[in-house]
Design a protein around this ligand. Structure first.
Ligand code: FAD
Length: 343
């Protein structure tokens, strides 16, 4: 059984607390309900908008769609080898509690990704990443239903074309699949990734030269709690823009012109620049436009003070992007997915 509701307010279903609504809304907590929801959408000629925790979306106005909120849960152990375990995790499972659970089992690999809001099913969409680790480090496969006909299919990790905050689900397969589960390969022998500067500094400051995975998890949680604005108090969607990645020559030319502009060399020879630095340099830190603003301490985070609408937020984002383009000749790309008329 699925229960589809009409004209549902979405204010509580997105971490920016934007006042959007859905023409139709269904919350599905068991796998059997997923094909039924897709059938319902086809019968009513509505597109399907899958939603997890709404922590990476900008919802503008009324969504003429069946908003399908996934709250399926469950973890299955598929295989255990001498040094690894293979898990299948339901798409609606909340990410952070799942990461905490893996550590409690003695599985490691996800500790740097602690406290990222959202669901397991959304994690491959932008190949979530933090503190030097991305989902691609342990993703084995993605299971999905094709929205058009409900057919079940599996994509191997290499077919997901995971990149920096990017995947095939944002391109060729955009809006075509409902992810139902994700297979992850985790290590059963402790190994950690601690080279990321902010993480290394924190560990050193606490005398943890060779931390356990649990200590890395605790450090990431502590850093994020101290540094990142909590959406429950300051509604936001995390980083609003992706960090631009430029050819080395272009990055060097900019660094010669703008003293102090940091650059992070990538494996492919290109250089990643911090969007926050570019935005701050343009004077936007803390700038307010009506009920929306750039965070006072985090130039990359846009905040809705409560009464803000999606249009206002996007207008501020466009103003920022235009100024950055004028100053640095760089086109900033919005990280969250924008849904609605003004997208
Ligand atoms: C405070 C804060 C901090 C953050 N920090 C980070 C960070 O460090 N690193 C990082 O990478 N991200 C970060 N994010 C972004 C966000 O947490 C991730 O992108 C997360 O994976 C989104 O999960 P969600 O369930 O909320 O997805 P939603 O926002 O609900 O959806 C995001 C997109 O995925 C699609 N989608 C969701 N579930 C499915 C599914 N089952 N099948 C098909 N499509 C689906 C939606 O249609 C939408 O297009 C942060 C966000 C916030 C608010």
């Amino acid at each position: 059984m699925i229960e589809v509701r009409r004209d549902v307010s979405l204010g509580h279903y997105n971490t920016l607390a934007l006042p959007a609504s859905a023409a139709a809304f269904v919350e599905v907590s068991d796998d059997a309900g997923l094909p039924r929801a897709l059938e319902w959408a086809a019968q009513h000629e509505l597109p399907v908008l899958p939603l997890g925790e709404g922590s990476n979306v900008v919802l503008v106005g009324e969504q003429q769609a069946l908003l399908l909120r996934l709250s399926t849960s469950g973890v299955e152990e598929l295989e255990r080898g001498p040094e690894h375990v293979l898990l299948r995790v339901a798409a609606g499972q909340r990410w952070h509690p799942f990461v905490a659970w893996t550590l409690a089992q003695g599985f490691c690999g996800l500790e740097n990704l602690a406290l990222i809001p959202g669901t397991v099913g959304a994690a491959p969409i932008q190949n979530i990443g933090a503190y030097g680790v991305e989902l691609s480090h342990c993703l084995v496969a993605v299971h999905a239903l094709r929205v058009a006909d409900g057919a079940a299919l599996t994509l191997a990790a290499q077919d997901c074309r995971l990149g920096y905050r990017d995947s095939v689900f944002k391109h060729e397969l955009c809006d075509q699949l409902l992810i139902t589960a994700v297979d992850l390969r985790l290590a059963t022998r402790a190994q950690t990734h601690t080279a990321y500067p902010a993480l290394r500094d924190h560990l050193d400051a606490h005398g943890l030269g060779e931390p356990t995975p649990q200590q890395v998890f605790d450090a990431v949680v502590a850093i994020r709690r101290a540094r990142l604005p909590d959406p429950a108090r300051e509604p936001n969607a995390g980083s609003f823009f992706k960090n631009p990645v430029l050819e080395a020559a272009q990055a060097q030319a900019l660094q010669a012109r703008f003293a102090g502009l940091p650059g992070y060399p990538q494996d492919d020879g290109r250089v990643k620049l911090p969007a926050a630095w570019l935005i701050e340099h343009c004077g936007f830190k803390g700038r307010r436009r009506g009920a929306v603003r750039v965070h006072r301490e985090h130039a990359l985070v846009l905040v809705n003070d409560g009464a803000g609408r999606g249009e206002e937020l996007l207008a501020l984002a466009r103003e920022i992007a235009a100024q950055v383009a004028d100053t640095f000749a760089i086109e900033l790309e919005i990280e969250p997915r924008v849904y609605g008329a003004a997208a």
